[in-house]
Design a protein around this ligand. Structure first.
Ligand SMILES: NC(=O)c1ccc[n+]([C@@H]2O[C@H](COP(=O)([O-])OP(=O)(O)OC[C@H]3O[C@@H](n4cnc5c(N)ncnc54)[C@H](OP(=O)(O)O)[C@@H]3O)[C@@H](O)[C@H]2O)c1
Length: 266
């Protein structure tokens, strides 16, 4: 029987490419979107908003009614947010936490009872290399992904005895629709941050536009699926993006901060 995969945020970018990749590898794939009627897909695209527990429960039940099991959950749905923290509306910050952190947590809570019954299951949380550090004008996004990395470390230990494996995969910059779906705090003309924030926005957009092919993420996810004992953390990105995590571990904090500030022209 084919393995059943549920992947959130499969209407575009990393989620869509991963869903298409896994279909070709013979998996039964259910992708999700808040508005699944938008397009035609080579896999089942069903309605799910990770901010609604009711919508999550409905989707899980629909898959269980059809397939009787869920082998793999890929928690991929997510969104960005930019802005000087001082000027970013708090409700927008909460909204991104709801999607990137609580959304992924609610998804895990919803599939775990079934996976415990199966005494098997794999959950892959898509985080970000940006979750390993606080980056200027992206601090809230970094915090959502860093929080998910840490929560994954904990829940992974809690569910091990039930035969369930949980891991994180952190992308660097990938060419997707993420910049279009981000909440951008406006660059206020009279803001003390206007010049440097605008410069950083341009840098961020250039990084995503010149980002890597999402197929690399699909391949890494496929590799993880095949492992009997996946690691806690995986990173997929350029050498420098991955190395920046190593540098943070080994350099004194103030030296690392200087490097980041130089990189972002602060
Ligand atoms: N691209 C990068 O450079 C990069 C770097 C690091 C991490 N990531 C992470 O990778 C993941 C995929 O992002 P992407 O780059 O592929 O971006 P994307 O092309 O914008 O795709 C994001 C997906 O998330 C879904 N989504 C957003 N909010 C949702 C919600 N409340 N409920 C359900 N689905 C929701 C969207 O679906 P609908 O709009 O159709 O509902 C869409 O399919 C995200 O978690 C992102 O943070 C991306």
């Amino acid at each position: 029987m084919n393995k059943v995969v549920l992947i959130t945020g499969a209407s575009s970018g990393i989620g869509k490419v991963t869903a298409e990749f896994l279909i070709q590898k013979g998996f039964k794939v259910y992708g999700t979107s808040r508005t699944p009627e938008k397009n035609d897909f080579s896999f089942d695209l069903i309605q799910l908003d990770v901010n609604s527990v009711e919508s999550i429960q409905k989707t899980i039940q629909l898959i269980l009614d059809k397939e009787g099991k869920i082998d793999i959950l890929i928690n991929n749905a997510g969104m960005g947010i930019t802005g000087p923290i001082e000027e970013t509306p708090t409700d927008k910050m909460r909204n991104v936490f709801e999607t990137n952190f609580f959304g992924a947590i609610e998804m895990m809570k919803a599939v775990l009872p079934q996976m415990r019954k199966q005494r098997a299951g794999l959950i892959i949380n898509v985080t970000s290399i940006a979750g390993y550090m606080g980056l200027p004008f992206r601090g809230i996004y970094c915090a959502t992904k860093g929080a998910l990395e840490i929560a994954t470390e904990a829940i992974r230990m809690e569910v091990k005895e039930f035969g369930i494996r949980i891991t994180n995969v952190a992308p660097g910059d990938f060419a997707t629709n993420i910049a279009a779906g981000r909440y951008h705090t406006p660059v206020f003309k009279d803001s003390a941050y206007a010049v440097i924030y605008q410069k950083n926005l341009d840098l961020m957009d250039a990084h995503v536009d010149n980002g890597r092919d999402p197929k690399e993420m699909a391949e890494q996810i496929y590799t993880i699926i095949q492992k009997s004992n996946p690691k806690i953390h995986y990173k997929v990105g350029s050498f420098m993006q991955k190395f920046s995590i190593v540098l943070k571990r080994i350099l004194p904090d103030n030296v690392y901060e200087k490097l980041i500030m130089k990189h972002y022209k602060l």
